[in-house]
Design a binder for this molecule. Structure first.
Ligand SMILES: Cc1cc2nc3c(=O)[nH]c(=O)nc-3n(C[C@H](O)[C@H](O)[C@H](O)COP(=O)(O)O)c2cc1C
Length: 382
């Protein structure tokens, strides 16, 4: 077990102090109010929990689903919302709407999506390559945000020959962004290979004026401490490690507070969390059955490494009521201990896809023609 001495400096995101400096990564389809609530319960309310990505156009158009996605539980404070947009005017309008209607306390902007259908149109992680466009979006967002802090989350760049993070970090400082988070992968890597923590250290040296948050491949609380030590970053952003494992947030808090407590729940405890997660989803959606159906995608993550046969896994992944889910969980060998190796990688891990970009995109980082407003459609995260 690693301990972190001496006391860590406080992470400040504008007026908000995040202590310990741990942030739940925005994950589309995952970090909705129920999942954030679960993670917060395990952390004792400590840390920062960011919403899944909200597209700015859908927000300003008050799309019905989007209006549900921006819902925060009354216990959530500060309320962090992640926005994604490619057009400075629309981003500005979305930020203004959040301020005017008091919808959040912190706004994070996403520049990390690697999905080909998005980058092909110049959006997501392709966008920071066009420095003037990035600057225009940040300028408008900060101008409209008033007192709300604006942060950004990005990747290293498009590929190793076209990195963007250092320029983007500098532009962020110049435009009044409060903090930057770096996922240490390029677009080309998607989720493959390992995250480059050295890049996080380089960014920290490059923009000493604002907090730098490190992201990528934190699978355990001790990984988080190691990232802090090895990169000098001001805080960590944890994504896939929490999938089917919201109690990782409890471990993170313990680690940063210098205690050795790490949770290794037996299957019975995991099953209880599964039921609670599905229940919260049903309450949030306002329909038990739809909540249980939405929960299906989490089942394999919760059961990772446990001896549960494929028939049982299949049945659990097609349940549509809490009663059915509870009854099937009862059929498992619930005394199984936390499996060896279940603390390792989980969720998406594939990579090395060819990067799809608009024609001629890489010719000139300062020529911003060719970004399509459609780059906001069909997005699926970072
Ligand atoms: C299912 C899924 C959805 C994601 N959605 C978003 C998103 O909406 N916004 C974002 O900035 N990043 C998104 N990401 C990227 C994560 O926030 C994070 O940067 C990435 O998973 C690397 O961190 P990790 O190694 O801790 O998982 C998503 C990742 C996954 C696996």
């Amino acid at each position: 077990m690693t301990t972190l001495a001496p006391a860590l400096p406080l992470l400040r995101i504008g007026p908000h102090t995040v202590q310990p400096p741990v942030v739940l990564a925005p994950m589309a389809g995952i970090t909705n109010a129920p999942f954030r609530t679960l993670c917060r319960e395990f952390s004792g309310g400590k840390g920062l929990f960011v919403s899944e990505m909200i597209t700015t156009r859908a927000l300003v158009e008050r799309n019905e689903k989007t209006m549900q996605l921006i819902h925060f539980d009354a216990s959530e404070t500060p309320r962090s919302i992640q926005l994604y947009g490619v057009d400075p005017v629309t981003v500005g309008k979305a930020v203004r709407m959040i301020v005017d209607e008091d919808l959040a306390d912190h706004i994070d902007l996403n520049f990390g999506c690697p999905v080909p259908k998005v980058t092909r149109k110049g959006g997501g992680s392709a966008l920071p390559y066009k420095r003037p466009l990035l600057r225009a979006i940040l300028r408008e967002a900060v101008a409209q945000a008033g007192d709300l802090p604006v942060t950004i989350k990005m990747r290293k760049g498009i590929d190793d020959d076209h990195t963007t993070y250092l320029d983007a970090g500098r532009i962020a400082v110049e435009e009044g962004v409060t903090a930057v988070a770096l996922h240490g992968r390029t677009t080309a890597q998607h989720y493959g290979g390992t995250a480059d923590w050295d890049a996080i250290a380089r960014l920290k040296e490059h923009v000493p004026e604002i907090p730098v948050l490190g992201n990528g491949d934190i699978w355990s609380a001790d990984d988080a401490l190691r990232m802090m030590r090895e990169t000098g970053c001001d805080g960590v952003v944890v994504g896939r490690g929490c999938l089917g494992r919201p109690w990782l947030f409890g471990d993170l808090v313990s680690a940063f507070e210098g205690t050795g407590t790490r949770q290794a729940p037996v299957l019975r405890q995991v099953a209880d969390v599964m039921l609670r997660h599905a229940t919260l989803l049903g309450e949030w959606i306002g329909d038990e059955s739809r909540g249980v159906i939405d929960f299906r995608k989490h089942v394999a993550w919760y059961l990772k490494g446990f001896a549960v046969g494929s028939d049982m896994r299949r049945k659990l992944a097609v349940t549509s009521s809490l009663e059915e889910l509870g009854a099937q969980l009862q059929e498992l060998d619930l005394d199984q201990p936390w499996p060896d190796g279940a603390d390792g990688p989980r969720g998406r891990t594939s990579g090395n896809n060819r990067v799809a970009l608009p024609d001629g995109w890489l010719k000139d980082p300062y020529d911003c023609a060719g970004v399509s407003a459609d780059a906001e459609l069909d997005t699926s995260g970072g």
